[in-house]
Design a protein around this ligand. Structure first.
Ligand SMILES: CC(=O)CC(=O)SCCNC(=O)CCNC(=O)[C@H](O)C(C)(C)COP(=O)(O)OP(=O)(O)OC[C@H]1O[C@@H](n2cnc3c(N)ncnc32)[C@H](O)[C@@H]1OP(=O)(O)O
Ligand SMILES: NC(=O)C1=CN([C@@H]2O[C@H](COP(=O)(O)OP(=O)(O)OC[C@H]3O[C@@H](n4cnc5c(N)ncnc54)[C@H](OP(=O)(O)O)[C@@H]3O)[C@@H](O)[C@H]2O)C=CC1
Length: 321
């Protein structure tokens, strides 16, 4: 792994009922989790399934159709192969990770998972509908997590049948590469749920930052207004797409320019996060840039749609403004 950490399977030879002590709280830790369900096989869901399987968890990947699940599996296969070619993992690890992931055609197939991570699109209605449909199929003690970028964990938990076993586990994109995961408790999240999630995330080789449950948590509260401001900078004609990205890559040492990063995240996701900040914090400083709205309305959602602030359909990305 990039951070030098080798993920450890949580379900080793220890007794599964063995409790672990964290800060005085008795948690069943990672041993509690063996099977993980992931809902949404897009860029994040496939990345989450990837890192879980590499750490030795059995993974069931669900999306709106079998074709979507298969596309997610193909992405995982490609990213694992990339890790093999760069020497990050061996061929054996790739094969055993692939063996651990299967497509789940329906939510009913989640009945034997210990943890579900919801990672469908950043749309509260869609997430609520998934949670309402999902919960009746789960075992009563399964933990439900959401990878939402911005939506209130407390609010999403309230539509589930288990707010005390509900938590935000917010991975960063690209999941196999980024070290951070934000952990966010809802108002009712029990300590044992939090500690189990903490042990699980640690077993993936990730570092945790704990955030309170406020709109967009920490990373996106800071990052997305910067991206939105870059779009305003473009909208007001201060610089071109290339000039703005070059300025931030070379002038602030960001690995990607903000417009390139917006395309990478997905412009629909960026807009949803800005709307959540704008409405949730009721402050005009979070007003989504009208140009961002226009790109989303055009369906120019960034890399995943092959067009956003750059056009990705040719050999190399070409700015669209
Ligand atoms: C919106 C939210 O809710 C929260 C968020 O996630 S905000 C977004 C946070 N993410 C960022 O800010 C990413 C910023 N960008 C970067 O860090 C880097 O540009 C990057 C890691 C994406 C690519 O790095 P790079 O050095 O330019 O490119 P490259 O050398 O091709 O890739 C570096 C590694 O990342 C891997 N990688 C790149 N893109 C990947 C992807 N989409 N999926 C999986 N792995 C990927 C590559 O395989 C490579 O791995 P190895 O070291 O094993 O070879
Ligand atoms: N992109 C990013 O950088 C990050 C995103 N996130 C969060 O992760 C989540 C997923 O984002 P991301 O992977 O980028 O989005 P994508 O658009 O890449 O993937 C979302 C997937 O969810 C599917 N989906 C839509 N409705 C349902 C449903 N009812 N049941 C199951 N699957 C469904 C979509 O299918 P279809 O395409 O057919 O609609 C799509 O395959 C969001 O909550 C986002 O905020 C978190 C961290 C970083």
């Amino acid at each position: 792994m990039r951070n030098g950490f080798t993920p450890q399977p949580c379900h080793d030879s220890r007794d599964r009922t063995e409790a672990t002590e964290y800060d005085g709280v008795s948690a069943e830790g990672g041993d509690r989790i063996r099977r993980v369900g992931v809902i949404g096989a897009g860029q994040m869901g496939s990345g989450i399934a990837h890192v879980c399987a590499l750490a030795g968890y059995e993974v069931k990947l669900n999306d709106v159709s079998v074709e979507r699940c298969e596309a997610g599996l193909a992405t995982i296969n490609g990213n694992l192969a990339r890790q093999v070619s760069s020497g990050k993992i061996g061929e054996e690890a790739r094969q055993s990770a692939l063996r651990l992931i299967s497509a789940a055609a329906s939510l009913e197939e989640m009945s034997d998972v210990d943890l579900v991570i919801e990672s469908a699109i950043e749309n509260e209605e869609v997430k609520r509908k998934i949670l309402r449909e999902l919960c009746p199929h789960l075992s009563p003690d399964a933990i439900v997590a959401t990878n939402t970028s911005s939506i209130s964990i407390t609010r999403l938990a309230s539509v589930s049948d288990r707010p005390e076993r509900f938590i935000g586990i917010h991975f960063m994109n690209p999941v196999p590469v980024m070290e951070l995961v934000e952990l966010v408790r809802g108002i009712a999240t029990e300590d044992v749920t939090f500690e189990t999630a903490r042990a699980f995330v640690t077993s993936l080789g990730k570092t945790i930052a704990v955030s309170e449950d406020f709109p967009a948590f920490m990373v996106n509260r800071i990052l997305l207004p910067m991206i939105n401001e870059a779009i305003y900078t473009l909208y007001e004609g201060v610089g071109t797409v290339e000039a703005i990205d070059t300025a931030m890559r070379l002038g602030a040492r960001h690995p990607m320019g903000p417009l390139e990063l917006a395309d990478f995240i997905g412009l629909d996701t960026c807009l949803s996060i800005m709307q959540m900040l704008y409405e949730g914090l009721a402050d005009s400083k979070y007003r989504p840039c009208p140009l961002l709205v226009k790109y989303v309305e055009a369906g120019w959602l960034g890399r995943k749609a092959q067009r956003g602030f750059y056009d990705y359909r040719g050999e190399k990305p070409v700015p669209t403004r």
